[in-house]
Write a protein that binds this ligand. Structure first.
Ligand code: PEP
Ligand code: MN
Length: 277
């Protein structure tokens, strides 16, 4: 019996985690995968450089925003449609799948040939019309937790996509808003273990948005690995200070490589393996 089967056995009445495959990478099984890349894709060169670096360090999949949900309408909103002139070629040369946020069901047509999974962002967790539309698609959904949502509301939101026909859903804990202001959000590690036990979905963690401070991202990422998350999604940029969004919480290549070495050591200790691209 592998370690996950043993854990499920010990959990007794708990749900067995469903396996969800994104671009050939399995989440919710015995192994562990890391999704990494920029908050926003800034140019072809930027995506290629970042993609090569995260792949070399052990990431299985890329992340990268095309349409961004920014607090201010004056902030960079992502390249939008302009990104599609280079995305197919760039992804082909990197030989990596990408996960990107969908902010409007009208983007499905243009995104579908490009992404390996649709990310539903924290601000859209309650957008049941969007979740229902994604439920009719064939691609997996990465459902981030609303920053003010209860765990139960998050799990039930996944039910909208599921009811519309899509069972391939992964939950992502990305920090919630609490009274604490020292960090951007508060990583709710309870949510990781609770959702693993009380939902059928794999659960991954986004330590970047959870803590919001690059130098502290690795330590909370390791806590998520130890707590039994099925994967991580991490923001990485060649020069975080110059990033067009979320630079303060973004790792540079050396920091990411160092983190991956530490992730591997925790995985060895809990009898799991890292899935490579
Ligand atoms: C992101 O992944 O860049 C993002 C905007 O995440 P969230 O929806 O969790 O804020
Ligand atoms: Mn971001």
């Amino acid at each position: 019996m592998d370690i996950n089967s043993q854990l499920n056995h010990l959990r007794g009445s708990a749900n067995v985690t469903r396996k969800v495959v994104i671009g050939g990478v399995e989440f919710g099984g015995p192994d562990f995968a890391v999704i990494a890349g920029p908050c926003s894709i800034e140019s072809e060169q930027h995506l290629l450089e970042t993609g090569k670096a995260v792949k070399k360090a052990g990431a299985a999949l890329l992340r990268g925003g095309i349409w961004k949900m920014r607090t201010s309408a004056e902030s960079f909103q992502g390249l939008g449609k302009d990104a599609f002139s280079f995305l197919p070629e760039a992804l082909k040369s990197l030989e990596m799948g990408i996960i990107s946020e969908i902010t409007d069901p009208r983007q499905i047509e243009i995104l579908d040939p490009i992404v390996s999974a649709y990310q539903v962002g924290s601000r859209n967790m309650h957008n049941y019309a969007l979740l229902t539309e994604l439920g009719k698609q064939n691609k997996p959904i990465l459902l981030k937790r609303g920053f003010g949502a209860l765990i139960d509301e998050w799990i039930k939101a996944a039910g909208y996509a599921e009811k519309a026909g899509n069972q391939n859903i992964i939950l992502c804990e990305r920090g919630i808003r609490t009274f604490e202001k020292a960090t951007r959000n508060t990583l709710d590690i309870n949510a990781v273990v609770y959702a693993k036990r009380h939902s059928p979905y794999p659960v991954i963690v986004d330590p970047s948005h959870a803590i919001g401070i690059a130098e502290l991202v690795p330590d909370v990422a390791l806590a998520a690995v130890a707590a039994g998350a099925d994967g991580l999604i991490i923001e990485v940029h060649p020069t975080p200070k110059l990033a067009k969004s979320d630079g303060d919480q973004t790792l540079d290549f050396a920091q990411f490589e160092n983190l991956m070495g530490r992730v591997n050591r925790i995985l060895t200790a809990i009898d799991r393996k890292l899935i490579h691209a």
